[in-house]
Write a protein that binds this ligand. Structure first.
Ligand SMILES: [Zn+2]
Length: 382
């Protein structure tokens, strides 16, 4: 995610923080210290409110981390790779290399997060109740422990909302998938429920903004706007998941060789950037070009590579100076298109060279896939 930085590594998983998460944590600490605690527990020192607010906010971070680690550890135990966990304004996301292959694995993976939050929540709340009888423990300490439990319970409940792609939606999808054996159908149902919940949150959020209390939710500008944002985020995530699933179904059984560009002219490593820009990028609308010598493919040069170089230097710079050199990431022409697209997405690439054995035979780009889908759609091919 752009705008995020690494803070460490746990069990081989990189932990990253997006700047919006820092904003969310500061906001939480501020709300607890300025609003929630003073309203419910008057009479503490100002410093105490801030310490309690900060501790709850930091522990929220740890709680979300534990929640995400539980998802990730289940994934790892089922042989999947988890590259990173990134925190952003709405919480954490585990970047898992692929979607689970069976309904059972998806169920376990999805349920692990909310389950851990529920356990943590009950533990802290139980601890707070136990300590209540002990007069040696001051009220701020007790309240802080209680709220650690409270935020974890909220985390569990919110994530169990049965709309895809929230955890609860994944649980729902895995159950429908398990019963119907139809992943596409399951995704569409869980996705639509997700969209429904998203819209409901937006509506409730608007009501809160206009000072209408909804059930246990307190009206107020902040609560309302927050809910509208989460609802909007959920709706668009559900849409994206359904679109992705539809595309994946349409491309099932399609091979890389069916879609790839079979005639990507190779350019020589000595050709000038100027000539590649004018003859290929501008005249022929290409965005990338393989670079070959007599032995075969040695690199790839893209529009982005050219953009990085000052235009004054285009005429006297050979492409070999700006190209990405071999060993390049490649795919075999017999590879499933869906797998190839995942490789592109995961590595942030727009195109990838295609091999037949060790021979370079074509280039696959995202634009090729989009064109392929559009043509099929236009011709009415299902
Ligand atoms: Zn989760």
């Amino acid at each position: 995610m752009r705008g995020s930085f690494k803070i460490g590594k746990i069990a081989g998983i990189e932990i990253g923080v997006h700047y919006t998460w820092i904003f969310a944590l500061v906001l939480f600490a501020w709300i607890f210290a300025q609003d929630t605690f003073p309203a419910l527990y008057p009479g503490w020192a100002v410093k105490t409110y801030w310490i309690a607010g900060t501790v709850v906010s930091l522990m929220l971070f740890v709680s979300v981390l534990i929640h995400e680690l539980c998802h990730s550890l289940v994934a790892i135990s089922r042989g999947m790779k988890v590259s990173s966990i990134v925190f952003f304004i709405f919480g954490g996301v585990s970047n898992i290399e692929k979607e689970p292959e069976t309904a059972r694995v998806e169920f376990l993976m999805a349920a692990a997060g909310p389950f851990s939050s529920l356990v943590l929540g009950l533990l802290f709340m139980g601890l707070a109740l136990l300590l209540k009888a002990n007069t040696l423990i001051s009220e701020p300490v007790l309240v802080t422990i209680y709220y650690l439990g409270y935020v974890n319970i909220i985390l569990a409940v919110f994530n169990l909302v049965p709309g895809f792609p929230l955890d609860g939606g994944r649980v729902l999808r895995s159950i429908i998938w398990g019963i119907t054996k139809n992943l596409h159908k399951a995704t569409m149902i869980a996705g639509n429920v997700g969209r429904l919940f998203g819209w409901a949150m937006i509506l409730v959020g608007v009501a809160l903004v206009f000072n209408i209390n909804v059930w246990i939710l307190q009206s107020g500008l902040f609560n309302g706007i927050w809910l509208v944002f989460i609802g909007w985020f959920l709706t668009s995530a559900a849409d994206a998941a359904m679109r992705g699933q539809t595309m994946q179904q349409q491309l099932a059984g399609v091979k890389v060789k069916d879609v790839m560009d079979r005639t990507p002219e190779c350019t020589s490593p000595a050709a000038s950037v100027e000539s590649v820009v004018h003859e290929s990028f501008i005249q022929r609308g290409r965005r990338s070009l393989p670079v070959c010598n007599e032995k075969g493919l040695i690199g790839i040069v893209t529009l982005t590579d050219a953009k990085r170089l000052s235009q004054d230097a285009w005429s006297n710079t050979p492409v070999q100076e700006i190209m990405t050199r071999a060993p390049l990431l490649t795919v075999d022409q017999e590879e499933d298109l869906n797998n190839a697209l995942q490789i592109l997405a995961k590595n942030g690439l727009n195109q990838i060279p295609v091999l037949n054995g060790s021979q370079f035979v074509g280039l696959l780009s995202r634009a090729d896939v989009i064109r392929y889908m559009q043509t099929r759609q236009e011709l009415g091919i299902k």
